[in-house]
Design a binder for this molecule. Structure first.
Ligand SMILES: NC(=O)c1ccc[n+]([C@@H]2O[C@H](COP(=O)([O-])OP(=O)(O)OC[C@H]3O[C@@H](n4cnc5c(N)ncnc54)[C@H](OP(=O)(O)O)[C@@H]3O)[C@@H](O)[C@H]2O)c1
Length: 387
């Protein structure tokens, strides 16, 4: 029987890559749920093609312009998104929603004992302890889609347990492309336009994560994601700049051996691995060519050049609800930049302002996390408006 899949965020970049993967393996995977936020037109097209049992628009204000295809139930609103994550026909929930808006769906999927194939890193950043608690209680599975974390999981998969044994793993080393402004003078960033920031040198992604890659806030989010996924303390998590995005991350073991996972940059591979894990299934994409991938280079990351990264690590080490506040302020600042209301370097300043105003609290309840998120957004919005 084919594995039932609920795809949350089906209209986005990861969502469309996931649809391509599922379409190549109809005998293994079948779509049970498709969920988007506001893009009803695309959701209708996808529903006609894939005929899920349920289609969801998460924004309560949205309405479809036409009736859903026969056999497809349409539901609208936040509760519908959470029910989609718990859908009885879904064995795997792919969470490809962007932003902290994905947190509750992750908790719902894990609470219902599903395998959560997680692209929505913000779930773990905002509510890491809650996600791990839902995983333990629901007895589901948490498998990353982010390419760096998929790489680490693949390096660890040869071990008896995917969660590293503290005695065996010395360091996890995440690679970062460095984004489009890796070599640009900090002073020259003031006039950067959204179009320039959206021109990523190696990955084709949604707007928010692409801007996060330009500020390197994305790498701070990923360090926090790795901390919760693999249970590794922050002093054993490192980042190295690797402009080619071919080595997706590395694991150093205590005997000095280092394993890495390589591949041309495509999200389809980590998506497929999250669906097939721990197995591998044949897939017909372009073969890897080490000569074409050469040369592979590595550089240290200068945190002073990327203040959003530095602030993210600061929030990570502070713990509690600080990462939720970091994430929320970043979301508001990035939206402000994309709307051309905020210059690029102000993104980090807005995050700094929101973190300075943040009142530390343990991230031990959804209410605490949502409150930190709300407060940070309010401070960040004020700062964007005053710019
Ligand atoms: N793109 C990549 O290559 C990549 C790589 C690694 C990790 N990720 C992570 O994957 C996640 C998705 O990224 P993306 O690039 O695919 O983003 P994207 O292209 O912007 O797509 C976001 C998806 O989420 C939906 N959405 C937005 N707000 C929502 C809300 N409040 N409630 C429910 N659904 C909502 C959107 O629906 P509408 O279209 O209807 O607005 C869309 O389907 C992010 O966490 C990102 O960091 C992405």
């Amino acid at each position: 029987m084919a594995v039932g899949i609920a795809l949350l965020g089906s209209t986005g970049s990861i969502g469309k890559s996931a649809l391509a993967v599922v379409e190549r393996h109809p005998e293994r995977f079948r779509l049970v749920v498709l969920a988007a936020h506001r893009n009803g037109g695309e959701l209708l097209v996808q529903s006609a093609r894939h005929r899920p049992a349920l289609a969801v628009l998460a924004d309560p204000e949205m309405r479809l312009q036409a009736a859903p295809p026969p056999g497809v139930e349409l539901r609208i609103g936040r509760e519908a998104l959470l029910d989609a994550a718990r859908h009885p026909g879904a064995d795997v929930v792919i969470n490809a929603v962007v932003g902290a808006a994905g947190l509750e769906a992750s908790l719902a999927a894990l609470g219902a004992g599903k395998r959560l194939a997680l692209a929505n890193k913000e779930s773990l950043v905002a509510g890491g302890p809650l996600v791990l608690q839902a995983l333990r209680r629901g007895k589901g599975e948490l498998v990353p889609i982010d390419s760096e974390h998929s790489a680490i999981l693949q390096c660890l998969a040869s071990r008896r347990r995917a969660v590293p044994d503290a005695g065996e793993v010395r360091r996890l080393i995440l690679t970062a492309s460095g984004g489009p402004f890796r070599e640009r003078d900090r002073g020259a960033l003031l006039d950067v336009t959204p179009a320039e920031a959206l021109r990523h040198p190696t990955w084709d992604m949604g707007a928010k994560v692409t801007v996060d890659s330009a500020t390197l806030a994305n790498k701070a989010l990923e360090v926090i994601e790795a901390h919760f996924l693999f249970g590794v303390p922050y002093d054993r998590l490192e980042v190295v700049i690797h402009p080619q995005s071919v080595v997706h991350s590395l694991v150093e073991f205590v005997d000095g051996s280092v394993l890495a996972q390589l591949g041309f940059p495509t999200m389809e591979l980590p998506i497929l691995y999250a669906l097939s894990y721990p197995d591998r299934i044949p897939d017909g994409r372009a073969r890897f060519d080490p000569v074409a991938a050469s040369p592979l280079t590595f550089e240290p990351l200068d945190a002073q050049r990327f203040p959003a990264f530095r602030l993210g690590l600061q929030a990570a080490r502070a713990g509690g609800t600080a990462p939720a506040a970091f994430n929320a302020a970043n979301e508001v600042a990035v939206a402000g930049f994309l709307a051309e209301n905020l210059p690029f370097p102000r993104i980090a300043e807005v995050i700094e302002g929101a973190l300075a105003a943040h009142r530390p609290a343990p991230a031990d309840s959804l209410e605490a996390v949502l409150e930190a998120d709300r407060c940070a957004r309010a401070v960040a919005r004020q700062m964007v408006e005053r710019t």
